[in-house]
Write a protein that binds this ligand. Structure first.
Ligand code: NDP
Ligand code: HSE
Length: 436
């Protein structure tokens, strides 16, 4: 480019690619001032070049020829916003090999292929920036990699999936059904191209693997992170949790313990009035505890075009300035000789639990359940049996909600297995951990 502008190739012109195009074209003077020179989009890779594009995307030159775009001599920087692991992985490697720096918001790609991609970037002397990959517009990558660099990180507890948080908030606060809430999250551009990854906890596990790398230097395979999604939580339990003074949130958690690094993604009960309980809709929050700083909380919009464009364009500015190259080299992430970390066995994790049984309303049922729990040293903190109503025939199923004191996950699982086999219990029972 004759005026010394930095040329950007956008791989993908969907929700995020269009958000980036919008910010770069709406605020060229601001971006040029911050980056030290103009930043211009050279073109965008799409799947369907004939599809009409909306505002901000319609002026971008689109192509289906990835190699030609990446190798265009005007391009110094490639922004990967395709999603999924292929062809994203191949194209990012091709971009690095062609001497281009890379910005990506693709957590699946980093969590699954971090070692290979970061290794190649280091070998080729290129920079790779990925702020948009965790928590959308919240600068948590910068915070963990730079701002908290003087700390040993002790724990991370986070709401990092905007789609799940939006669905849970809509169901809890507005009484919207699960399917309608998911459809709305998709319409608003929060969900992954395949929303199964959002609701089954995979997307949060990808982000937790990245946070574990940044916070604990741990190379964790996503497949080794125990995870449960919100697709397993019936609406009734959101109501019962509310009656007990809690709200259900999908939490991604990492904690340094004597047994190793405890990692898990699961819907958990969070007490009303605590900071994470108040995180609603597509907002995300990450609570990080460091040995020097103590407790910190990072909060903001975790999904959607413009919050993520804020992170991606921030990375573009860092790359153009040359700052990303320094951070990238200094962080030394996903090294081949890095600590391969197996999460501590989930069975050993200790927590309080919310358990809901569906039982026959007959004498002695609660006693049988209490005995199965007691035999495994699981102590009951409270019991609520909901009244089936005067019209219900004897023996009608009723919900029985039990809150336990702190117990070991493996003991609770074994007790539930036994209880679910009682002929007065209608399986499956619902079990959720409780945050204190
Ligand atoms: P979209 O599905 O909206 O967009 C994907 C884009 O990539 C489309 O333009 C599509 O082309 C193009 N594309 C996909 N596959 C190919 C292919 N094989 N060849 C050429 N082009 C292809 O996804 P998002 O923008 O929502 O997500 C992009 C990335 O950003 C993902 O990694 C996601 O995890 C991440 N992300 C998303 C956030 C969000 O809130 N949505 C937030 C943070 C990160 P076409 O338009 O022709 O279909
Ligand atoms: N689908 C993701 C979410 C996008 O809902 O959080 C942001 O990474």
């Amino acid at each position: 480019m004759n005026d010394g502008a930095a040329g950007v190739a956008l791989l993908g012109l969907g929700t995020i690619g269009t958000g980036v195009a919008r910010l770069l074209t709406a605020e060229p003077a601001r971006i040029a001032r911050r980056a030290g020179r103009p930043v211009r989009i050279v073109g965008a890779l799409v799947r369907d070049a004939g599809r009409p594009r909306g505002p901000f995307a319609q002026d971008v030159a689109v192509t289906t020829d990835a190699r030609r775009l990446i190798e265009d001599e005007r391009v110094s920087l490639v922004v990967e916003a395709l999603g999924g692991t292929e062809p994203a992985r191949t194209l990012v490697l091709e971009a690095l090999a062609a001497g281009k720096d890379v910005v990506t918001a693709n957590k699946a790609l980093l969590a699954e292929h971090g070692v290979e991609i970061f290794g190649e970037a280091r070998r080729l002397g290129r920079a790779l920036a990925f702020e948009g990959s965790v928590a959308g517009g919240v600068p948590i990558v910068q915070a963990l990699g730079v701002g908290l660099a003087a700390n040993e990180i002790l724990s991370i507890s986070a709401i990092v999936n905007g789609t799940c948080n939006f669905i849970l908030t809509s169901m809890t606060r507005d009484g919207v059904g699960y399917a309608d809430a998911l459809a709305e999250a998709q319409r608003l551009g929060y969900a992954e191209p395949d929303p199964t990854f959002d609701v089954d906890g995979t997307d949060a596990a990808h982000k937790l693997a990245i946070l574990a790398q940044l916070g604990f230097g741990a190379n964790v395979a996503t497949s080794s992170i125990p995870r449960t999604g919100i697709d397993r939580v019936p609406a009734a339990d959101l109501r019962y949790a509310g009656e007990l003074g809690y709200v259900v949130k999908l939490l991604a958690q990492a904690k340094r313990t004597e047994a190793g690094l405890e990692l898990q993604v699961a819907p958990r009960l969070v007490r009303h009035g605590t900071p994470l309980a108040d995180v609603s809709g597509p907002y995300n929050a990450i609570r990080v505890v460091g040995d020097v700083v103590g407790d910190t909380l990072f909060y903001g919009r975790g999904a959607g075009a413009m919050p993520t464009a804020s992170a991606v364009v921030g990375d573009i500015i860092d790359v153009v300035l040359g700052r990303a190259a320094i951070t990238f080299r200094a962080l030394g992430l996903w090294r081949e000789d890095g600590v391969r970390s197996m999460p501590a066995p989930p069975a050993a994790i200790k927590s309080r639990y919310y358990v809901r049984f569906t039982i026959a309303d007959r004498p002695g049922v609660i006693g049988a359940i209490a005995q199965a729990l007691g035999a495994r040293r699981i102590s009951i903190a409270s019991v609520i049996q909901h009244d089936p109503g005067d019209d219900a025939p004897p023996g009608s199923p009723v919900p029985l909600v039990i809150m336990t004191h702190a117990a070991v996950q493996a003991d609770v699982a074994a007790a539930l297995d036994e209880i679910d086999r009682l002929d007065v219990v209608h399986p499956p029972s619902i079990c959720l951990g409780v945050e204190d």
